[in-house]
Design a protein around this ligand. Sequence first.
Ligand SMILES: CC(=O)N[C@H]1[C@@H](OP(=O)(O)OP(=O)(O)OC[C@H]2O[C@@H](n3ccc(=O)[nH]c3=O)[C@H](O)[C@@H]2O)O[C@H](CO)[C@@H](O)[C@@H]1O
Ligand SMILES: C=C(OP(=O)(O)O)C(=O)O
Length: 422
Amino acid sequence: MEKLVIEGGNLLHGEVRISGAKNAALPLIAASLLAPGIHVLHNVPDLRDTRTILRLLESLGLSWEREGSTLRIDGSGLRYSEASYELVKTMRASVLVLGPLLARLGRAKVSLPGGCAIGARPINFHLMGFEQLGVTCDLAHGYVDAHIEGRMQGGTVYFDIPSVTGTENLLMAAALAKGTTVIKNAAREPEIGNLVNMLNAMGADIEGRDSERLTIHGVENLTAAESTIIPDRIEAGTYAIAIAAAGGDAVISNCNPGHLPSLVEKLRSAGVEVEVGDDFLHVASDRARTIRPVNITTMPYPGYPTDLQAQFMALMAGCKGLSVIHETIFENRFMHVAELKRMGADIQIDGRVAMVKGLGDVPLTGAQVMATDLRASSSLVIAGLAAEGRTEISRIYHLERGYEDLVGKLTAVGARVWKEDE
Ligand SMILES: CC(=O)N[C@H]1[C@@H](OP(=O)(O)OP(=O)(O)OC[C@H]2O[C@@H](n3ccc(=O)[nH]c3=O)[C@H](O)[C@@H]2O)O[C@H](CO)[C@@H](O)[C@@H]1O
Ligand SMILES: C=C(OP(=O)(O)O)C(=O)O
C-alpha cells in the first residue's frame, strides 16, 4: 500500500487545471445503460470511482473505450441485471444502475451500496420513488431485488430530504416510464443538471432543470448521444481552500465558479482574495494564520457543500479565532477531526457541531495520519500543506476515488508532495 508524504510550509503559485466532476461522470456513465448505440462522453476524469463504474457496466454486458478524457460506451450489449457486492461495495454511486436497469430490463438486483463511511446513507428514498412508479422492491441478503412487469408508470415522488443520487435514479427510471412523473423537493446540485442535459440529448423530455420540481414526460425509446462532464466543483473548491491555507497566489482554471457560490463568499469573509472569472478562480492568501474565522453550515445546493466541510475545517484549524462548523447532511462526517488533532488542531465536537479554535501564530505540525474517507483525506492534505514539517497520510486509496493526478497538480504549484510505499 502507498502513503502520501507532504513536506509542508511551501507557498503555492501557478495554475491548477480542474478535471471533470466525479459526481457528474458517475450518473452520466450509468445513463449510457438507458439506450443502445455509442454514447460519447467528454471530460471524463480517470479516477478509481470512474474505473469501478466502468467495470460494473462491463459486468452488465456493455463495452467501452477511452481516448484521453473521452469515453465511448456501447450501450447495446446490456443483458445482465445483477450488480455484485464485490463491485458495489467501494462506491455509493453504484446504486445509480438501478434506475436504468429497471427502465430497460424491468429487473435489477443490486447490492446495497458502499462509499464513504460518513453516515448510515440509506436508499429508502430511491426505493420509495421506484415503488411510486409501480416497481416491487425487496431487500434480502444485502441486495435490493427490484422488478416490474412491462413499463413503469409515471407518478409523483416527493423526497423528504433532497437526495442527489435519489433524484438522478428517479430521473433515469422515469425517462422511459409511461406517462408523466413529477419529482418534488428534488436535489438541485449542478451534476443533476448535467444529467438532465444528457437525458434530453438522448431524446428524453424533462422540464424544470436546476429546480426543486422536475417533470419527466416518459418516452418509449432513447438513443445514444454526446455529452460533456461539467468541471468538478469539489476539486476546484479543495484547491481554492488549499491555496488559502498554505498561502500563495494561484489560478484554478477550467472550472465553473458559478457552481461554488457559497465557498467564494466564505473565503472572502475569511479575508482570502478571490477573483472570479467565467471559467477560473484566482485565489491569493497569506498563510492561514492571517485568516479570520468563519462559521459554516452545510446545506443542499446552493448552500455550503458537505463535500467541502472537512477541507474548510483544515483551513479554520490554522486561522486566528473560533469558528463553528455545523454538518447537517451526514451524521458521521467528522472523522477527520481526530486526525487533524494529531497535527495540533484544537477542535471540540458536540453532536453535529465542531468548534474549531484556530491556532493563530502557532502553525499546525506535520504528523502520521490516516485517511478515513475521500474528503477527510483531502482535509489532511490541506493541513499537511499548511503545516510545519512532514506529514504522512496512509490509506490514500480514498483520495484516488475522487482526485485525478493530485500529486502532479500540487507539485506543479510548488508543493512538496509524493507517494511512497508504506
Ligand atoms: C455520488 C454522489 O453524487 N455522491 C454525493 C451525493 O451522495 P448521496 O446521493 O448519497 O447523498 P444524498 O443527497 O442522497 O443524501 C442527503 C441526505 O439524505 C439522506 N438520505 C438519502 C437517500 C435516501 O434514500 N435516504 C436518506 O435518508 C442521506 O442519509 C443524507 O442525510 O450527495 C451528497 C450530498 O451532497 C454528497 O456528499 C455526495 O458526494
Ligand atoms: C461522499 C462522497 O462520495 P460518495 O457519495 O461516492 O461516497 C464525496 O464525493 O465526497
